[in-house]
Design a protein around this ligand. Sequence first.
Ligand code: HSE
Length: 306
Amino acid sequence: MNEIKIFSPATVANVACGFDVLGFCLDSIGDEMVIRKTDKKGIHITKIKNFDLPYETELNVAGVSALAMYDALDVDFGFEIEIYKNIKPGSGIGSSAASAVGSVFGMNELLGRPFNKTQLTEFAIKGEALASKCEHADNLAPALFGGFTLVKSVSPLKILEIPSPDNLYATIIHPQIEIKTSESRAVLPKEVALSDAIAQWANLGSLVHALHTSDYNLISDSLKDVIVEPYRSKLIPHFNDVKQAVLNAGALGAGISGSGPSIFSLSIGQETANKVKETMQSVYSNTGIEFDIHVSKINTQGVKII
Ligand code: HSE
C-alpha cells in the first residue's frame, strides 16, 4: 500500500472540569487527508483545501508531527500529505489536533503500524505545540483513541481510555469568530484558590466515575468548571445565555469546548441533542454572529481509514 485516505475527527477538550486532561471525540465533523509514500525523501505537503495554511513542512501542524515521526524512522523514501480541512482553525474543536493526528496515523498505517497510539500521540504533540505554544494532548488523545480519554501525564505520556455511555450525544455550537488557543491560555490565572481546586478535582473524579457507570445524573452534576470558565467565558459572546438555555432544554450540562469559542453540551439521546441544537440556534440567530452547529454521537473509534 502506497497511499491512504483517512478521516481525522474533531474533538472536545477539557469537558468542563478536566482542563488540559479530559477530552472526547466527535463523529460528524473532521478533516480528510491523503498520505502517500514517495521516492523523494522527507515530508512534503502538496495540497491544502478550504483554509489558507502554510505549505512549509516545519510551519504546518501536520508537517511538524509528521517530521517528528520521520526523524524516528530510518527509511529511503518520503511522504506527501494532502489536507482537506473541514475544521476551521481556532474553532475550539481540535482543528490543529486533527491535522497533527492525521499525518502520523496515515504514515503509521502505510508503514505497517510500527508505533502504538501513545507513541503516535508523542509525535503529534509536537504539531499541537506549534499551534498552541504548549504541549497538551487533550484533543490529540481522543482523536487517536476515540471515545473519552484522560491524559494522566504528558511526561511520561500516559493516556487512559474511559468508557462512553451508549446514549450520550454532544451538541456543539461554533460561533464564527476565532479565538487562538495561545490567547485564551493567556487570560488564565497562574494560581487558583485551594477551595476551587478541591471543587474541580472532585467534579473531575466524579465525572470519570459517572462515565464508567453510565450515571447520567452524576454526569450532569459533575459538568462544572469553577477555574477556567469564569475567565474564558468573557471571550465568548452570549456564552451564559446559551448555557442557561440548553440546560432549560434538557441538556445534562454545557461548557466551553477546548479554548473556545465553540460551546459544547451533552445530552441523553439524539432527540434531546437536536432540541438543544434548536435552542442554541434560537439564542444565536438574534446576535448577528454567524454560527454552525453539530450534533454528534460520541465517536468511539477515532481517526480511521476511509
Ligand atoms: N486544553 C487546551 C486549552 C485545549 O483549553 O487550552 C485547547 O486546544
